[in-house]
Design a protein around this ligand. Structure first.
Ligand code: HSE
Length: 434
């Protein structure tokens, strides 16, 4: 039987975050009780593999059957930190059906199927909280829903994936190659079980969908979001960008145009992509597993949130804060908006303007620069800087162009023309953050 004045939880997942939560519950038991007047105890833990040796208290009862959490009448709340969508969704839905409150860090599930889960929690009169799903320890969900609720948020740009940021930082500062940096990030517990989610931009995209909802009160379909990861970023581009005064970062960016499309749907610019960030911007100085989010709001102005975006205790900090709110019976409005969220439309590529960095590997020969400049001029693209280094690689040199603002469509067409006219062995381009 649970003791009175104790919040009894079932914990799903004993990996980096689950293990961190167990440690934090014990280390900070005093503050939990002072803040809530209650104790929080773990009754049972769902794990994938019961045979695996684990560094956890022997008294913890483990199970590999999620219904032992959802159906146990002693359990008041479920903490879901297993990630993935299948078991997590079943656990949350069945848990709600059995009257459990829910705390989850599952950005993939919430980005793709969050709205029906919020609805179900509301219908069942249960609490569902998800602070840990975006940017680890940074309290951005609460900030957008409550602290900044009086504002129209006009734009946001963030470093939302600790693993990618760790990899890019290591490649920039220590000349580590991509594979070594990824192995280190995995060892430190930053990466997802499937690191493709991190390095191919999907994790960042899930978080961006949640931020877009919380900031603009709009829903956008994750499947349609433009997503580009960091797998193909070359050490050469990191070095060249650095020489020009930029760091390459994986960004999630969204801007509310405050306009509507022909069907009356609100128009936003949104996407996940690596971009050059000027050294002078705070975002350029966000290194390692840290995350950061720059928000522009009409009344509050410009705000910058910075903190650990991944790892055991930083993420457990956000999970436990949600559990404290459950212990205090604080029922949230999960989107932060009173009405159902309208669907957003994305500004098409030909309208989204940005400056670009373009690197072309070219033969150091007469007419090459003329042809490249001609292809850019044909599309109305103006260049702000051109750099060609003398050092040769297989008879070629890197030619770097920095452009003034242009559309993605114009840039794609210029690149297609360059490919057919001078057949470079390689051409890459990245947006430049302004
Ligand atoms: N794999 C994620 C990251 C963990 O690297 O940011 C936090 O969501």
């Amino acid at each position: 039987m649970p003791k009175p004045n104790t919040l009894c939880i079932g914990l799903a997942g004993l990996g980096t975050v689950g293990g961190g939560l167990i440690r934090l519950l014990s280390a900070n038991a005093d503050i939990i009780e002072r803040r809530t007047g209650r104790k929080i105890t773990v009754k049972r833990v769902l794990v994938h593999n019961l045979a695996k040796k684990r560094d956890c208290p022997a008294s913890l009862e483990l199970t590999d059957d999620y219904t032992k959490l959802t159906d146990d009448p002693d359990i008041d709340a479920l903490v879901e930190v297993i990630g993935g969508k299948d078991t997590a969704k079943k656990l949350i839905e069945r848990g709600l059906d059995h009257g459990k409150h829910i705390v989850t860090a599952n950005k993939a599930l919430l980005a793709e199927e969050g709205l029906p889960l919020f609805q179900k929690a509301k219908e069942q009169d249960r609490i569902l909280r998800y602070e840990a799903s975006v940017a680890g320890a940074i309290p951005i969900v609460q900030a957008l829903k409550e602290s900044l609720a009086a504002n129209h948020i006009t734009s946001l740009v963030g470093i939302l994936n600790g693993t990618s940021n760790y990899i890019l930082s290591q490649m920039t500062a220590n000349n580590l190659d991509f594979a070594t940096a990824l192995t280190d990030a995995t060892k430190m517990g930053y990466a997802e079980a499937d690191p493709s989610l991190d390095i191919d931009g999907f994790d960042c995209a899930h978080k961006l969908i949640l931020l877009l909802r919380l900031s603009f009160g709009l829903h956008y379909d994750y499947q349609k979001l433009p997503i580009q990861g960091i797998r193909n970023i070359a050490a050469l581009d990191i070095a060249l960008a650095n020489q020009l005064g930029y760091h390459i970062k994986l960004l999630g960016q969204a801007r509310n145009t405050m306009e509507v499309d022909a069907n009356g749907n609100p128009l936003v610019e949104a996407g996940v992509f690596p971009a050059l960030v000027p050294h002078s911007f705070l975002l350029a100085r966000v290194d390692g597993s840290f995350n950061a989010i720059h928000i522009k709001a009409d009344a509050a102005g410009s705000l910058f949130f910075h903190g650990r975006g991944a790892g055991d205790l930083p993420t457990a900090s956000a999970v436990l804060a949600d559990l404290l709110a459950v212990a205090r019976c604080e029922y949230p409005n999960n989107t932060g908006f009173a009405q159902d969220l309208p669907k957003a439309s994305l500004v098409s590529a030909d309208q989204w303007k940005a400056r670009y960095y373009v690197r072309v590997m070219v033969a150091d020969a007469p007419g090459v620069l003329r042809d490249i400049a001609g292809a850019m001029a044909e599309q109305g693209i103006s260049m702000s800087q051109v750099v060609q280094h003398e050092a040769q690689k297989n008879g070629e040199v890197p030619l770097v162009l920095m452009t003034h603002a242009t559309s993605q469509l114009a840039m794609d067409q210029a690149i297609a023309t360059i490919k057919t006219s001078i057949h470079p062995s390689e051409i890459v381009h990245f947006k430049v953050l302004e």
